[in-house]
Design a protein around this ligand. Structure first.
Ligand SMILES: [Zn+2]
Length: 162
């Protein structure tokens, strides 16, 4: 029967792990916490800590990514509001600028969502966002048939490419 790890089972395991992560010498840690030897800490450090740290770091990355994603989404929503405003005011130059911004925002969103494939619920909503953006773009361009058909073709091309 495998022996239990005295560090994993230790009441102060989180604290010990933090000490290990901060680079405190095994001997020091063994002296600070009851019932541990430098050898058991060494075993734990190499056998068990790595996986725990990796999991923590992955969770952190997802967290950071989600925050970034929220910011991009907020920015994207502002762009869409500007686009709607320009559309309502028949302001073609502003509408086109907003379209370019919206496209860049969408690309960034897609990239972020691709990197965050651990969050499938977020991925699902891109389809909806894209569909409503595509509708908004084409509607905004109705007064400008040339631009509208150019954009529609570009969208069709990028859909083929992906
Ligand atoms: Zn352990």
């Amino acid at each position: 029967m495998p022996r239990r790890c005295s560090v994993c089972d230790h009441a102060a395991r989180d604290e010990i792990d933090r000490a290990l992560i901060s680079g405190e010498p095994f001997r020091n840690i063994a002296e600070r916490f009851a019932g541990l030897t430098a050898a058991s800490i060494h075993r734990h450090r190499h056998g068990h800590l790595t996986a725990a740290v990796r999991h923590a770091r992955e969770a952190e990355d997802v967290q950071r990514g989600a925050t970034l994603l929220d910011q991009v989404r907020a920015l994207h929503a502002r762009t869409l509001r500007l686009l709607a405003k320009a559309e309502a005011e028949d302001d073609a130059p502003t509408a086109l600028r907003a379209l370019r911004e919206a496209r860049a925002g969408l690309e960034l969103l897609a990239k972020l969502l691709g990197e965050l494939d651990t969050a499938p619920t977020v991925t699902v909503s891109l389809g909806t966002e894209w569909a409503s953006l595509r509708t908004a773009i084409l509607r905004a361009l109705e007064p400008f048939p040339d631009a509208r058909s150019a954009v529609a073709q570009a969208i069709a091309r990028s859909a083929d490419a992906s």
